[in-house]
Design a protein around this ligand. Structure first.
Ligand code: IPD
Length: 277
């Protein structure tokens, strides 16, 4: 049977590529910076312009579909995942990287129905890597199949994480406690690309065994969550429970074994949910 969402996925890939051109052009010019929830939670006109470009282009083809977009939510739109077809968009994942021309930025487009992600597209535009996944059909980078690492020994693992944009000292202490516990497992190394979506694509590509973070948002991880699971990976909450894309916490890893070792090392904390009204 023909895939009913192939057309939508093709459109997501095409619009992500177009958005990537806008982002790469802007990287060569001036980038005026504004702030959102804190002085280190950054946004630029390019984030807003790219989100509008994606939403307008999707609306023309799929006028009844809904949207959750990072900058629309920042402007007061609700962050609600209903059963209706919903596009979950981060126009620039890695905005701080973008501001500093640190060359890891991605356009992230997830598409969910009945609250389940059906396809995910992450375009790491500076690297020119188009990551895609369709539920049940595998994950790919520039058309090549992706497979998570087979390494199950945490002592030989590389783990990705980020420090996020909360500078509250108690939160930072908890982040550092987790980091200390993980470094001392020990692991081979800890890395961070500065983009949740790219970190997760690194898990899907087998370059790191795991990524975890507390403080992410649904638009950072929706698309990449499918890319990880379709590459054979595991998604879990940092407390070992089921992953909940609205809870702002995630572990994405190559295996249950590594995930469970990380759960024991992470000091979990709660955050206001993305869908809290
Ligand atoms: C951020 C990036 C960053 C992560 C933050 C995210 P944004 O997304 O993914 O790596 O640490 O938690 O919010 O704001 O650049 O789209």
């Amino acid at each position: 049977m023909a895939d009913p969402w192939q057309n939508a996925m093709d459109h997501a890939v095409a619009v992500a590529r177009k958005a990537g051109e806008v982002v790469c052009d802007a990287l060569r010019g001036d980038r005026a910076v504004m702030t959102k929830s804190s002085v280190v939670d950054l946004v630029t006109q390019t984030d807003q312009k790219v989100e509008q470009l994606i939403i307008q282009s999707v609306k023309e083809k799929f006028p009844t579909h809904r949207f959750i977009g990072e900058e629309s939510v920042a402007a007061g739109e609700p962050c609600v995942l209903s059963d209706s077809p919903t596009w979950i968009i981060d126009p620039i994942d890695g905005t701080t990287n973008f501001v500093h021309a640190f060359p890891f930025v991605a356009i992230s487009i997830g598409f969910a129905i009945n609250k389940q992600v059906e396809f995910g597209v992450v375009f790491s535009c500076v690297e020119d890597k188009m990551f895609t996944a369709r539920r049940g059909k595998g994950a790919f980078c520039n058309g090549e199949p992706l497979q998570v690492s087979r390494q199950e020994a945490v002592e030989q693992a590389m783990v990705a994480t980020e420090f996020g944009s909360d500078r509250d000292a108690d939160v930072v202490d908890k982040i550092f406690q987790s980091l200390r516990n993980i470094l001392c497992l020990p692991v081979h190394g800890v890395r961070g690309a500065g983009s949740a979506a790219i970190n997760m694509c690194l898990v899907a590509s087998g370059c790191v065994e795991a990524y975890y973070e507390m403080g992410i948002h649904v638009w950072d991880v929706a698309a990449a969550s499918l890319i990880v699971s379709e590459a054979g990976g595991v998604l879990m909450d940092v407390d070992g429970g089921d992953v909940d894309l609205m809870s702002r916490r995630i572990i994405a890893a190559n295996s249950k074994t590594i995930t469970e070792r990380l759960v024991k090392a992470i000091v979990p904390f709660s955050l206001p949910r993305d869908d809290a009204t």
